[in-house]
Design a protein around this ligand. Sequence first.
Ligand SMILES: [Mn+2]
Length: 280
Amino acid sequence: MIENNDFLGREVAAGGEERVFVVSVPLEFTTSYMKGAAEGPASILAASRQIELYNSGLDLDLEGAGITTIDPGVESREDLFSFLAANRERLASGFTCFLGGEHSITPWILEGMGYGEIGIVWLDAHADLRSEYQGDRESHACAARNSLPFGRIVEIGVRSFSREEKEFIGGEERVRVFSRFGRNALEAIDQLPDRVYLSLDFDGIDPSVIRAVGTPEPGGLMWPDLMDILDVIFATKTVVGMDAVELCPMAHDEASSFIAARAVYEAISRHLARAGKAGR
Ligand SMILES: [Mn+2]
């Protein structure tokens, strides 16, 4: 097997045609419980090479689909801004998935990419709406709060938040928070602008599906819920980009990395299916 650092392996490149970018952003400063989110991108990339390139659920072949994997070597927020400033047009020419790293990177990506008017679909166990956490306004626990300047947010899978966050949610029309994916969440997504950004915190998914996260919470989204959410947003909205964050790879838990990679693959597949550009 060829060892490389490419999402899904080299067979998904398409000789210069760049339709999808997978960008590693292994930044970790503030993760509160178990550390290791910085290892997320490498683990997802490695696991992704075990995924079947034919997406049987969508009848879609990703061989030659034009997926480019980039490791820009960012070691700080400033590095990320520099990278985005220099590569924004290239990344915006396709569909870009940023692999975290901790959730703090989301508002930085939104600022650096400058997507314009968007709504944000935020899958997470936690509301991430604190104004500060442990004295840090850039904490992962503040990531959604810091993303609000860039667009209204619909959060799904949320089952843990502080009293301060509950009060904030009650007085803030720009954010809607749901523990489960049902009719109300569906309506809230429908009310977002056409262009949406997806932020996937792997702890939004139930720990019985993905266990290797820094702060696991019971009662999360199941795999079919995630597929339904992806189906809805890619079918009814224009998804401008996404991130997938907070995987903390653990020894003896290959499954979490594989399933995280599969989640990213399913999102990218839906983009390609909608764009009608996969396969040959
Ligand atoms: Mn989060």
